[in-house]
Design a protein. Structure first.
Length: 241
């Protein structure tokens, strides 16, 4: 790493540490821009102090918007040399490039990088993880079951124009309805023991599932719902048509 990049990285980390209220990192990965929230650009412009990290073509899009990134990485196999150079200019740390043939997806790598830079984060919000290729979508959902990543996932939210996905390990939880969402889905990523759903249209009481299953199209009865389970991993999806 060059001296200039080392200085930039140290200064950036120091500035971040001084932001005592920092609780969230935002990540943009390379999914179709049509699947981003309609107000995505407004979200960036409205909070210039927010921390962003870019993965692959998500980093290109952030750079094109003039958004400074704490880090950027990916194989950039679908990016031009000019786009990669642009990403380098907008990344506060050295751009990390990987071969397309690798053991982790770009989303998995960028999530690991986020926790390396900021291990005390409360929340990681990932945009661009849905839409497009189905294998990419499934990889981004099922990374919640992958050793080395599973324990990070309860702090992760995936957001697109229709859905918010959050991840849960065994426990008891109360969740709040998002104002623009209608449906509530429970996607069991693994076998699950003793699942209870309360304050929802279709409740359950201590039910075991021996296989992964999607319990779709449930609904809140009020502004909050409750669920609990004893083992497994669940993705909770709030969605709208």
């Amino acid at each position: 790493m060059s001296l200039v990049l080392k200085i930039r990285e140290r200064v950036y980390k120091r500035c971040v540490k001084e932001r005592l209220k920092l609780k969230q990192i935002n990540i943009l990965v390379g999914g179709p821009k049509e699947n981003l929230p309609q107000d995505f650009i407004t979200r960036i412009q409205a909070n210039p102090k927010a921390i962003w990290i870019g993965a692959d073509y998500g980093a290109v899009r952030l750079a094109q918007l003039g958004c400074q990134m704490a880090a950027a990485l990916g194989d950039f196999d679908s990016s031009t040399a000019e786009e990669v150079a642009l990403v380098s200019r907008f990344s506060q740390t050295k751009l990390q490039r990987f071969k397309p043939e690798k053991d982790y997806t770009d989303t998995e790598l960028i999530l690991k990088r986020a926790y390396e830079l900021y291990p005390d984060l409360d929340e990681v919000v990932i945009y661009g993880a849905t839409g497009g290729r189905l294998d990419h979508l499934l990889a981004n959902i099922f990374m919640a079951t992958r050793p080395g990543l599973a324990d990070l996932m309860p702090k992760v939210r995936l957001i697109d124009c229709q859905n918010t996905v959050t991840f849960y390990q065994p426990g008891s939880y109360t969740i709040t309805k998002e104002a623009d969402k209608k449906y509530l889905g429970f996607f069991l990523l693994t076998p699950v023991k003793a699942l209870t759903l309360r304050k929802v249209k279709y409740p359950l009481q201590v039910v075991d599932f021996a296989y992964p299953v999607s319990l779709a199209s449930n609904e809140f009865l009020d502004q909050t719902a409750h669920f609990a389970f004893e083992s497994g991993m669940i993705a909770v999806i709030q969605s709208k048509d």
